[in-house]
Design a protein around this ligand. Structure first.
Ligand SMILES: [Fe+2]
Ligand SMILES: [Fe+2]
Length: 329
């Protein structure tokens, strides 16, 4: 196993030379999210968009919704007032700086799930205090991009937590369970790092709100189902994440941001290696052949998907396919 992991690490590190294949794909993209306010006692109406932007530390609210209304009395009059006001807001991010599918996604019911932003310093304050040379200039676009990345890292914490349960349920060895738990802790640190950097760029204390994990671990998958998911979530997405991080770090001019990207890349290399190692373990304990059939089908799909995209075809050919062959041989 150590030889195989070392081999995996080296191969994924080799993706650094492919970084340039992903450059030149920048585009500005709108991101929408919802943030909610619980009304104070005596507040009868939802705050205006301007007030809500101030209280929720967000910009560009485009719509609002009111959640359960309640009746209450003042003197002899009865009022109906909302209990919670939710606002949909927009921001733009540079697609190069906030890539989709960055690292291990949390997929529930076929959908990639993540939290929305909420005010509070619980995910930024400690990391910010520990950060050396934190950014000080005002740059809201960069703050938004780092928060977007922070939400993906936050979702990855849950993804690895679920993965740990799945490994335990399927009788995996301690080395894999330990690596999954370590990865979950590393994703926690990644999320903190991202939110702390964002605070450095706009001074706002904002972090992830509640994560809708309902359904994440209610039904433990079969070995072949887990193997199929591993190909996508662990092997393909984590490897693409590493390649993107290495490319972003090489083009990042600001030292705190570059250090953060390099730290993320170092850890994500291990996460990708864990995905492949777990795949190898599942395949090596496959008596019926169902696991191998599931893996082969998932790899064929990945090849079709990655092979048709200009940035990922080389990653498939040079990194994912050779590693998959090595762990499955
Ligand atoms: Fe990761
Ligand atoms: Fe991460």
């Amino acid at each position: 196993m150590p030889t195989k992991l070392a081999f995996l690490r080296d191969r994924i590190l080799g993706a650094a030379v492919l970084g340039s294949a992903l450059s030149g794909c920048c585009e500005t993209r709108f991101v929408t999210a919802e943030a909610c306010l619980t009304l104070e006692p005596g507040e009868l109406e939802c705050p205006t968009f301007e007030e809500a932007e101030e209280r929720l530390a967000i910009d560009d609210i485009v719509s609002s919704a009111v959640y359960p209304e309640r009746e209450y009395r003042v003197g002899d009059r009865t009022y109906v007032a909302p209990t919670e006001c939710c606002y949909t807001h927009e921001s733009t991010v540079d697609e190069c700086d906030a890539p989709r599918g960055f690292g291990r996604p949390l997929v529930i019911g076929g959908r990639s799930v993540r939290a929305t932003l909420a005010p509070g310093g619980g995910w930024s304050r400690a990391a910010r205090a520990a950060q050396q040379g934190a950014p000080r200039r005002h740059d809201p676009a960069r703050a938004a991009a780092w928060r977007e990345r922070g939400l993906l890292e936050h979702a990855a914490v849950a993804s690895f937590t679920r993965f740990t349960l799945e490994l335990l349920a399927l009788g995996a060895p301690a080395s894999l369970v330990r690596a999954a738990q370590r990865a979950s802790l590393e994703e926690t640190a990644h999320a903190e790092l991202c939110f702390a950097l964002a605070t450095g760029y706009d001074g706002r204390e904002v972090g992830p709100g509640p994560l809708a994990v309902t359904g994440a671990a209610l039904e433990l998958p079969s070995r072949s189902e887990l193997a199929r998911r591993l190909v996508h979530e662990g092997c393909v997405e984590e490897t693409l994440g590493v390649v993107e991080l290495i490319d972003l770090a090489s083009r990042e001019a600001e030292i705190p941001a570059r250090r953060a990207l390099e730290r993320l890349a170092r850890d994500e290399i291990r996460h990708a290696a864990l995905g492949f190692a777990a795949l190898g373990w599942l395949a090596s304990n496959d008596r019926s052949g169902a696991v191998r059939a599931g893996i082969d089908e998932a790899l064929r799909r990945a090849e079709t998907r990655m092979g048709s995209a200009s940035g990922s075809a080389a990653v498939w050919r040079e990194v994912v396919a050779p590693i998959a062959r090595a762990v499955l041989s």
